[in-house]
Design a protein around this ligand. Sequence first.
Ligand code: ZN
Length: 400
Amino acid sequence: MALNFTLDQQDLATQARAGRLTTRHGEVSTPAFMPVGTQAAVKTLTPDELSAAGADILLANTYHLFLRPGVETVRALGGLHRFMGWPRAILTDSGGFQVLSLAKLRKVTDEGVEFRSHLDGSRHLLTPEDAIRVQDGLDTDIAMSFDEPVEMPADPAVVRKAADRTVRWAERGLVERDRLRAEGRGAMALFGINQGGVDPGERARCFERIGTMPFDGFALGGLWVGEERALSLDMVEHDCGLFPVQQPRYLMGVGHPVDLLDAVARGVDMFDCVLPTRNARRGTVFISTGRLVVKNSGYARDQRPLDPACDCYTCRNFTRAYVRHLFASGELLGMRLASIHAVHQMIGLAREARQAVLDRRFAAFRTTFIERFRSGETLARPEDDPIPAPTRKGPTDDVE
Ligand SMILES: [Zn+2]
């Protein structure tokens, strides 16, 4: 069995769930926030720091690793876990989203996606079968089916066509995994992705077929891509109502604390997003009382930690004044300290949500958290000028 999912508790007042995923590299408790290790690294952080933040699973991007260093190199070096020194679980995305957002001159056909690398312009073809083979070569624990995301807003006909293609590609990916398994490979779990934009009918039509396929879990695709938030949450509720209760549900690309809790309340188990760490490297972090812009001059002599309610390494040891100074001086340690807090904060939030479900108090926990998050307590006034952001692209500001 590639993956085992145990539901420990289901909330009575909401659809929130507490569960555990058993992978080939340890147990993952859910709800789970997965930090994003785009190119086999969560920018600026070591595996030890990620473990200390409570991470039991990371996400890595297939598209990036496919282009550099290449799957054969990772395989020769013992697989992704050994290559990046991370012994716990890894989920890889299918590459589809990055191909469509980063690659040049891409052409989507029924066969797959033809594109030019954003690194050197080299020409590649990524098919649904390739996406499965590459993820298997990386030795991931959870692979994602190759889907065709749609840029929003999109014409209904375009959404429908992409959903149909996603279904056919899902079938081909499963066939490829079976073929790999016949060769003694393909041990990874595989999740299907539901598409259909923000049209409930289209999403239901897509899942009518995806839902009958032998996937180990299901993801909600094509949401949080620019549409209205209330509409996205409606789609989450809609999809979770269709997805099987006994399998994990993964909402891709969501990383705002309030969005996370609102989606947990609708039945989602897993999340990933570059937002918390990307913002942290630019000097903005979420804390329990809102969004803290470290560079704000109001913190120049602030002796409190970034979040007085947080027990991460950064908040236990450093003041806002110091972290602000690091950003003002262009010291890389500022990015690291902010990233440590950001990862700890999101993983901690998912953990607290889990505990609240287990204790049968999730609805109250969510209300209290959101009220406090919107309070802005201890935050400097927004009119205090932040230091102008450097215009030059920083070394850790690479594509994601
Ligand atoms: Zn902290």
